[in-house]
Design a protein around this ligand. Sequence first.
Ligand code: RNT
Ligand code: ZN
Length: 417
Amino acid sequence: MTGCAGGAYEVARERYAEIGVSSDDAIKVLSNMRITLPCWQLDDVTGFEGFAGQGPGGGLAVTGRRPGRARCFEEMTADLEAALSLIPGRHRVGLHAMYGSHARRGADRNEMEPGDFEDWMAWSRDRGVPLDFNPTLFAHPMALAGLTLSSPDASVRGFWIEHAKLCRMVAGALARNQGSPCTNNLWMPDGSREPPASPSASRSLLMESLDEVFSERLEGVLDSLESKLFGIGLESFTACSHELCIAYCVERGVMPCLDMGHFHPTESVADKVSALLPFVPGILVHVSRGVRWDSDHVPTADDALRSLAREAVRPGAIGRVHLALDFFDASWNRVGAMASGARSLQRALLSALLEPRALLETLEGSHFEASAAAEHAGELPHGAVWERFLETEGAPGWPEWSEAAALYEKRAAAERG
Ligand code: RNT
Ligand code: ZN
């Protein structure tokens, strides 16, 4: 609940001061951290083009069939505004190319123009919400075989190269519109159910295509490339594996996108951050919660997310590690899921910001002392600091936010079916 952090916060502030942490500073830093919200969570990755009737394809699977998904720009922006009102702070929205208005003028993805996102740009200006972008290389008849930029068919490859290039132009237009950079994240499903005859032939085609896509330097566009372990129906081979992705990004100065669901289940994504940062312009993290596989569950503040948050708030990482939520769960209230995922990430970030880093550094190497200090710090009253953060941002506490999401969904489902 909001409005009750008062005395409790003063006590918390003192307790944190004892271990050398300023909770006021932690709140300030958190207030300035923008998270990119995935618009595709609101419509089960369907898009506005009429292609994704049978699901997104490309090895992706949406779980659940709750009523009330957003079916058009107006419904989607209404849902985004509802979600944003439940999340403390100021944030960004990530679009996919499939949410443009090109289909209305009969244009396909290889004929898109920045003007197809004019309504989004107007919304972004009105609400002061910067946008990020993603080319959509799935949910399309030309991607049915699971191959796009690495397809042996030159016409398929050409189609997707053109699409990816046009998307960079769109991202440039979004950047100009918002007066700040726009992240453009390229993920392609390319892979196969059985091992390919020549993995290296497939990867050469992919790299040739990528070189063409990235050939021009574009002002305001922060390019990223997302790797993957495998997709459903594409289990044996993924052209843009982690190794290819990282090597390519290092050589070409592109940001890698690390999706938390795209690694072996016990692999730590957090640990990759400090290993990669010295070599790349930045890192985009797709914050997701894979349960047993890349299941795209809504993130909760679990150990994986807490470790990631710890790396994301280190002095050299802030501003270089971009955080974007990536999940699609139609078994949850969709707006509630969006707000919940964002709030969980913020909680994890706040806990990380409240860690006594300086103290822990002095205890480096003395194992039990460090562990004892960390355990003590972990039990300090962070809930009171979270509530002060909510008050500062004028955001609802629990249960208000969760009740508001439930009510919103009820109304949307009644109107939309
Ligand atoms: C797929 C990737 C990709 C998508 C979104 C919709 O496994 O994670 O980022 O989830 O672009
Ligand atoms: Zn992702």
